[in-house]
Design a protein around this ligand. Structure first.
Ligand code: NAD
Ligand code: FES
Length: 279
């Protein structure tokens, strides 16, 4: 069992849970994730390791509560526990060894960018982070990223920082030059928009993909993604890929596959029944 030692609300639907997982805290690398199961009958949820404290033996999980399972997970309180945490899974981020990196985080994706920026800083790379949210209350990990380099905050409604999408600020940063690599994590339309900016400029761009995952070990095929004309598995071949090669249309399509089922599961849970069949 993995005890929850701290809980914080980062934005209206994003919660941070710090949980005990001593071995994972010691060996995890930027870009890696875990699969969490709240209890015996619970769904398996893939979550990036947003931070870790090896001395305390804890990892930070950042959860966007959008469905039944994520709502149940964020309902846990400090002192309660998660039954299983499997990991670290996936390939670590391909970090450059010197130069300047642009890290772009959209919404909850900013939590995924944080360990990448930490790793880059440790390598001596200069980090510029551009992070965005719908409005001020949706911006997360700003203070943590400010400890790692320069940060530009954007909000869709202009309520904080620069008015507009992260891609608007990214265009300006790339036009100014001196960026060796871009790491982008967030909603699929955001990552696609980033790639549309960087591809003509020939700036290498790494994106983190979040398809549906089940086992996280390459067995079920649920996390298939198209990259450079090949079918790859995000759990074992990723989750990070060369953004210039990703088939974003396929990713969007596959992400929508279980949307109806997820909505019915959530509605059923609100009705108090908490059970829904696959038909
Ligand atoms: P959101 O919709 O609130 O968007 C966050 C920011 O992304 C916006 O403020 C804007 O700056 C930028 N953005 C959004 N759409 C854009 C577009 N079309 N063009 C340019 N920029 C755009 O984000 P959210 O609700 O926090 O994010 C949720 C999404 O992120 C979910 O779909 C989730 O699956 C995905 N996600 C991805 C990963 C990953 O590893 N790739 C991890 C966690 C979540
Ligand atoms: Fe099953 Fe990747 S989650 S193959």
């Amino acid at each position: 069992m993995h005890s929850i030692v701290a809980k914080a609300q980062l934005s209206p639907n994003v919660t941070r849970l710090d949980v005990t997982a001593p071995r994972i805290a010691q060996i995890r690398k930027p870009g890696q994730f875990v699969i969490v199961r709240r209890g015996e009958d619970a769904e398996r949820i893939p979550l990036t390791i947003a931070d870790a404290d090896a001395a305390a033996g804890t990892i930070a999980l950042v959860i966007q509560s959008v469905g039944k399972s994520t709502q149940e997970l964020v309902a846990l309180k400090p002192g309660e526990a998660i039954a299983d945490i499997a990991g670290p899974l996936g390939h670590p981020t391909e970090l450059i060894a010197s130069g300047r990196a642009l890290c772009i985080g959209g919404g909850v994706g900013t939590a995924v960018v944080h360990p990448i920026a930490q790793g880059l800083k440790r390598c001596g790379v200069a980090v510029l982070s551009i992070i965005g949210g719908r409005s001020k209350e949706w911006v997360i990990f700003e203070s943590e990223l400010r400890q790692l380099g320069e940060v530009v905050v954007c909000t869709d409604d202009g309520s904080y920082g620069r008015h507009g999408f992260v891609t608007d600020a990214a265009k300006d940063a790339l036009a100014a030059g001196g960026i060796d690599v871009v790491y982008a994590v967030g909603p699929v339309p955001m990552m696609r928009a980033v790639v549309n900016v960087t591809k003509p400029l020939g700036v290498r761009t790494i994106v983190s993909l979040n398809p549906v995952m089940v086992d996280g070990t390459g067995m079920c095929g649920g996390c298939r993604v198209g990259v450079g004309g090949q079918t790859l598995f995000a759990c074992v071949d990723g989750p990070e890929f060369d953004g210039h090669l990703v088939d974003f249309d396929l990713l969007m399509d596959r992400l929508g596959t279980y949307r109806d089922f997820e909505q019915r599961a959530l509605a059923a849970c609100k009705d108090g029944t908490c059970k829904v069949g696959l038909k």
